[in-house]
Design a protein around this ligand. Structure first.
Ligand code: BT5
Length: 332
């Protein structure tokens, strides 16, 4: 069962908001306690918890607390302040720690959560990739988020939604970091050939109707080092940009871009997304790739996308195929 019980207490959100609003002054403990309706002891415990997450809060004896820097924590009040009044991100559900934001979002969607609801966690204990693979989710270093969409579309549109999320993530990373970001079909963002972001789309659907789609996005932002098993294939934005990157800024940009591309998809159809995707990815045309699927591995050349989002390829023996799922790896 996903741990929806661990949703961050709204009063912690209020506490941060209060400190951010009064960033230039020391806020007395009793004032914080009375404004958010808890004891001073509780305020102290939450301040300690936030410090463990890297939020720098100065304690001034007998006076109170003051933020040393604007915190880079993905708490709703900080995100909401930057997002306009659009459906995506109107409701944000935050966890300090959960098993998988996708598991939580699927559960919330089944319980009726509205279109645009965003689940976000500082840490995942069971972050997942496709086909039961694991997603490494180091605490406070990455963005682990799942966005619930309720598109008036058929289940056949799901692959285009994944491509849309990739485009939005690419745009968000580029605007926040200036890095050159490639998209590997169907769902990986690469910087200098290494993966910085993965996308897992899951859904509740009937044959002809999508009830809810969950776009799960995992991004390595401020990781200093990846675990040995991932070192050769994965990197973080910080490693590539040689500076600390604001997770708040990247997530805000990501949600805005998803809103923008989603509106484009509804207005102009799937081809508006696949065309932009082809222009944004070096994997779209003429890339030599190893195709990994149930049938094993073989080498092919990419030939663009079908309107459905499938990747057209030609094997070296001349056979052509449209890949609906699976994986491609560049052959160097
Ligand atoms: C993906 O799967 O790339 C989709 C990952 C989606 C993660 C997000 S986090 C928020 C939301 N909640 C979840 O529980 N999941 C989503 P796939 O294409 O199957 O790639 C998985 C493979 O990428 C693994 O087998 C590793 O080789 C590699 N990998 C694992 N963790 C990684 C990381 N942090 N960075 C780069 N590569 C990683």
């Amino acid at each position: 069962m996903p741990m929806t019980t661990g949703i961050t207490d709204r009063r912690i959100d209020k506490l941060i908001h209060l400190l951010v609003k009064n960033a230039t002054v020391v806020v007395p403990g009793p004032k914080i306690a009375s404004e958010i309706g808890v004891t001073r002891q509780q305020v102290w415990e939450w301040i300690e918890k936030l410090r463990l997450l890297g939020v720098e809060i100065r304690g001034v004896p007998r006076e109170g607390y003051q933020l040393a820097t604007v915190p880079d924590i993905l708490i709703p009040s900080l995100l909401r302040a930057e997002l306009g009044d659009h459906p995506i991100g109107r409701t944000i559900v935050h966890f300090f720690r959960t098993d998988s934001t996708n598991a939580v979002a699927l559960k919330l969607a089944a319980e009726g959560a509205e279109h645009g609801t965003v689940v976000v966690a500082e840490e995942q204990t069971a972050g997942r990739g496709r086909l039961g693979r694991a997603w490494y989710s180091e605490k406070s270093s990455g963005i682990y988020t799942s966005i619930i969409l309720r598109p008036p579309l058929s289940p056949a549109s799901a692959p285009v939604l994944t491509l849309m999320a990739g485009l939005a993530a690419q745009k968000a990373v580029t605007s926040a970091t200036g890095l050159v970001v490639d998209i590997r079909w169907p769902n990986d963002l690469l910087v200098n050939g290494k993966k910085v972001c993965g996308i897992l789309t899951e859904m509740n659907a009937e044959v002809d109707r999508l009830h809810a789609v969950v776009l799960g996005i995992g991004m390595n932002v401020n990781h200093n080092q990846m675990p040995a098993a991932l070192e050769n294939i994965a990197t973080s934005l910080r490693t590539e940009a040689h500076r600390t990157i604001s997770r708040v800024q990247v997530l805000v940009a990501l949600l805005r871009e998803i809103e923008r591309y989603y509106q484009l998809l509804l207005k102009s159809g799937g081809c508006a997304i696949t065309e932009r995707w082809e222009a944004a990815s070096t994997f779209a045309h003429g890339k030599r790739v190893r195709v990994v699927n149930g049938a094993g591995e073989s080498v092919a050349t990419t030939m663009g996308l079908d309107p459905s989002g499938a990747l057209r390829i030609q094997y070296d023996d001349g056979r052509q195929e449209s890949l609906v799922a699976g994986e491609v790896v560049e052959v160097k």
